[in-house]
Write a protein that binds this ligand. Structure first.
Ligand SMILES: Cc1cc2nc3c(=O)[nH]c(=O)nc-3n(C[C@H](O)[C@H](O)[C@H](O)COP(=O)(O)OP(=O)(O)OC[C@H]3O[C@@H](n4cnc5c(N)ncnc54)[C@H](O)[C@@H]3O)c2cc1C
Ligand code: SF4
Length: 334
């Protein structure tokens, strides 16, 4: 049986109270707990204080915004504002999200299974810990192996030689949010700050974002896409009912009235410590009908993907699936 260590649970109902609690170095926030609780049971996190976020009204709501996070009516709307504690089920079912950013609704709806989506939040998904075959194991298992760089050890069992953790970014919604140009509003006792999602992730599997440990994601803001924008999200997983992604592809394409590509953004994820934005697509795709460039844009996606043995499924197979799923995602849009 996996036992939890002793800790104190707090359930503030105001954001300011949560931020004060998080000033303690031994404190950690918890939203749905669907990732943090298993990790605590595995001894990967042993906080003295666990600060529950679900009772804080300021972290809820899905609405139109004016471009600066203020709620507004549909006519003046420039963005969608999604509170960090909105559940993945709520995001997937939201009329606004489905209407304006279907790939985000699709990604949220493909996380795990229904029970987990009813509890897990979009803020927790953005802050999801990276995953690795040698890390997401019980303490007994990790101790027998001699631990690893990410927790308690000094070697990486994936790269063998390297001094860097390459555990996989495994969250479903960030790739879709990246293609949509989302920004993240953070807040701590020092005040608020806003980080474009494009600058959020770093290539370090130990802590793969620029979020400081005392900061909370307050909300995510997604600019409303223009009428020509088509989006898609595709995920490879072992069982359709519950698993983390082995590979995921998110695409947003802006098509002119003549059906030709004006802009294309693509993100390939679940291979390394951060989602990879595929470079050089505009040069290949801009000015051409979408159906003419399907194979051409799949090629750089494949070339730029370098999966490692951080997940139990064969990296070369995962890499081979990249162009297959890119083509499927593009056909879905066409
Ligand atoms: C069986 C199983 C299958 C899963 N499958 C998938 C999957 O397919 N795809 C996927 O993406 N995820 C999957 N997950 C992981 C998890 O359920 C989701 O990522 C979920 O969105 C996490 O949200 P949460 O609210 O439960 O986060 P929590 O577990 O509460 O927190 C996760 C991390 O985020 C931090 N955190 C939470 N909220 C905030 C905030 N507002 N500000 C700052 N930090 C915060 C916590 O401190 C913690 O470090 C799976 C989990 C399980 C158990
Ligand atoms: S990639 Fe290496 S250091 Fe990171 S969790 Fe896996 S084994 Fe540990």
């Amino acid at each position: 049986m996996l036992r939890l260590h002793d800790y104190r649970y707090h359930r503030p109902d105001r954001l300011s109270a949560a931020l004060d609690l998080l000033e303690d170095e031994g404190a950690i926030p918890i939203a749905g707990g669907t990732d943090l609780m298993p990790n605590m049971k595995h001894g990967l996190f042993t906080p003295h204080h666990v600060v529950g976020l679900k009772g804080i009204g300021e972290l809820r709501g899905i609405s139109y915004g004016d471009g600066e996070g203020n709620a507004t009516g549909e006519d003046e709307a420039r963005e969608l504002v999604i509170g960090a504690c909105e559940t993945l089920s709520a995001v997937a079912a939201s009329r606004l999200v489905r209407r304006h950013t279907p790939s985000l609704a699709e990604a949220a709806g493909q996380v795990a299974g229904p029970q987990i989506r009813n509890s897990g939040t979009i803020g927790g998904n953005l802050c999801l810990d990276t995953r690795c075959t040698y890390y997401n194991q019980s303490h007994f298992w990790r101790k027998a192996l001699g631990y690893c760089l990410k927790k308690d050890g000094d070697v990486c069992h994936v790269t063998k030689v390297g001094k860097k953790c390459v555990a996989a970014h495994s969250a479903d919604t960030p790739p879709a949010l990246l293609t949509l140009g989302a920004v993240v509003d953070l807040v701590s006792a020092d005040g608020p700050r806003t980080v474009p999602l494009a600058d959020w992730f770093v290539a370090d599997g130990i802590w793969n974002s620029v979020r400081r440990r005392n900061e909370l994601v307050r909300r995510i803001r997604v600019p409303l896409p223009g009428s020509g924008v088509r989006t898609a999200y595709r995920k490879v997983r072992q069982r359709k009912s519950i698993d983390f992604p082995l590979l995921s592809i998110a695409i947003a394409t802006d098509l002119g009235e003549d059906g030709r590509v004006r802009e294309m953004k693509m993100v390939v994820s679940a291979l390394g410590s951060r989602p990879r934005v595929v470079a050089g697509l505009d040069k290949i795709a801009t000015g051409h009908p979408l159906s003419d460039v399907t194979d051409a844009v799949a090629e750089p996606a494949h070339r730029q993907s370098r999966p490692l043995e951080n997940i139990i499924v064969d990296p070369e197979w995962r890499r081979a699936m990249v162009p297959v799923y890119v083509r499927r995602a593009l056909r879905e849009m066409g």
